[in-house]
Design a protein around this ligand. Structure first.
Ligand code: SAH
Length: 226
């Protein structure tokens, strides 16, 4: 868990962030822990300065390389699904794997709710930019890796939960193999622009599967890029 250092980051007014939280509540997000974190993470530092004035709208925004920072509603929904599953299983969220670091915003949200976040991103420039932002905020419980997230992070497995923030055509085997029994995997699955957000829970060799809702993510692709 982490406390953010917001010195020198340029605080948005509390009212702007509270307006976003009120909107998320009205959209059906009930998890108070998640809402509290969304109210504190400065989303404007995860986008280019030219877009900072739009950072507290409930929209995805471009972050370069054809990628996007996820919509706050979707970040909240996925995080709440993951925490809810862990609570039901009576499992502490100590080590959580994220695939698709992107801007690092979802990473920062997770970092204030779980023990350590391990996050994998295939575009090196995005890894470096996310690293700089998280350092500036004094987030210390995050490890970033430039790699193909389809492989998970074998050396650090098993994880208490896995969250994928890119649309997968299928659920990668490695991610299923790197979870503890009873642990959740939250992943958008689908081949087109629209995917179905799934919550999978490992139960020995079997998997319980629940479809949460339709979402729009950039695709989970194979391999790495500079
Ligand atoms: N959670 C991010 C969302 C970024 S968009 C945020 O809030 O900013 C999805 C990210 O997944 C992109 O940065 C993209 O480069 C990355 N991605 C796509 N395929 C990947 C793969 N195979 N391994 C790791 N990252 C991948």
């Amino acid at each position: 868990m982490t406390e953010f250092n917001l010195q020198g980051i340029g605080l948005t007014s509390r009212r702007t962030r509270e307006r976003l939280v009120a909107h998320l509540k009205a959209s059906g997000i009930k998890d108070e822990e998640v809402l509290d974190v969304i109210a504190t993470v400065p989303r404007h530092i995860f986008v280019d300065e030219a877009l900072a004035h739009r950072a507290y709208e409930d929209n995805a925004l471009p972050i370069g390389h054809g990628q996007t920072i996820s919509q706050p509603y979707v970040v909240a929904r996925m995080t709440a699904a993951l925490l809810g599953s862990l609570r039901r299983a009576g499992r502490e969220p100590r080590r959580v794997l994220e695939i698709g670091t992107g801007s690092g915003y979802q990473t920062a949200v997770l970092a204030s709710l779980v023990g350590t976040v391990f996050s994998v991103e295939r575009i090196r420039d995005l890894v470096e930019r996310a690293r700089t932002r998280l350092r500036a905020m004094d987030v210390r419980n995050v490890r970033l890796r430039h790699d193909d997230g389809n492989l998970g992070w074998a050396a650090e497995a098993p994880f208490d939960a896995v969250l994928v923030t890119a649309g997968a055509s299928h659920v990668p085997d490695a991610l299923m193999e790197q979870l503890h029994d009873g642990s959740p995997l939250v992943i958008p699955v689908g081949r087109g622009d629209v995917q179905q957000l799934k919550l999978l829970e490992r139960d020995g060799d079997a998997w319980r599967q629940q479809t949460l809702e339709d979402v729009r993510f950039v695709p989970l692709v194979q391999g790495t890029r500079l």
